[in-house]
Design a protein around this ligand. Structure first.
Ligand code: CA
Length: 230
């Protein structure tokens, strides 16, 4: 069901960290586990996660501080904080620091998975729109949310797939930045053009050039992007 969304887990307790890593990996998530606040901040600087699970009780830095800095570094990434007990004050302070949600230890895997799913808000697949879309060498299977280039699958993250799908739906026409942002990003995360540009960049990198050397996706200055017809 889940196609490898990248979860950054910040948890200093070794058994809790191992347990979370195991259960989320079993459910198809791509887990990065770190055990200190400093490591969490470093991890946020590389390939960014799609969601963060942040234990507030960390050995080196104050978890609330870590939350605040992560929120600045990753303005659009949901942060679910983990508190050791039902400490209302932690929850209030954590949410003020930019966390989107919280779970209270001990929590079940089912509860955690439900929270992750809610925040990742994967686009639903319906039978109605299930078909194969083709642009030259590119094939998109809208039922399984997979894309293939000359028969080879392109590994896409959910947002990259959604972006590709929307652009291809309007192949040959400009899709405005406003529409892309509105359709693909939850406004609660205050979508920004930077996020959009990052996703277009990633998609271009994964698609590469066409056999004739031209680009799949053209930038239409200050308006949007166009997926070029073959
Ligand atoms: Ca802890």
């Amino acid at each position: 069901m889940v196609s490898g969304e990248r979860v950054l887990i910040v948890e200093d307790d070794p058994s809790a960290g191992a347990g979370l890593t195991l259960s989320l990996t079993e459910h198809g998530y791509d887990v990065v586990l770190v055990t200190t606040g400093r490591e969490a901040l470093t991890a946020a600087e590389g390939r960014p996660p799609e969601i963060v699970l942040l234990d507030l009780g960390l050995p080196d830095l104050d978890g609330v501080h870590v939350c605040r800095v992560l929120r600045e570094k990753l303005p659009f990434v949901p942060i679910v904080m983990v508190t050791a007990r039902d400490a209302d004050i932690d929850v209030v302070v954590g949410l003020d620091a930019g966390a989107n949600d919280y779970v209270v230890k001990p929590f079940t895997t089912a509860v955690l998975l439900a929270r992750l799913r809610a925040h990742l808000r994967r686009p639903p697949a319906t039978d109605a729109d299930s078909e194969v879309m083709t642009v030259g060498e590119l094939h998109i299977d809208t039922a399984s949310h997979r894309a293939f280039l000359a028969g080879d699958e392109i590994e896409l993250r959910p947002k990259e797939y959604a972006l590709l799908h929307l652009l291809v739906t309007e192949v040959g026409r400009v899709v405005t930045r406003d529409r892309l942002l509105n359709d693909l990003w939850d406004l609660r995360w205050e979508s920004s053009t930077k996020t959009l540009d990052m996703h277009v960049h990633a998609l271009r990198r994964k698609l590469g050039d066409r056999p004739n050397g031209s680009a799949w996706i053209s930038t239409v200055r200050s308006i949007g992007y166009r997926f070029e017809s073959p």
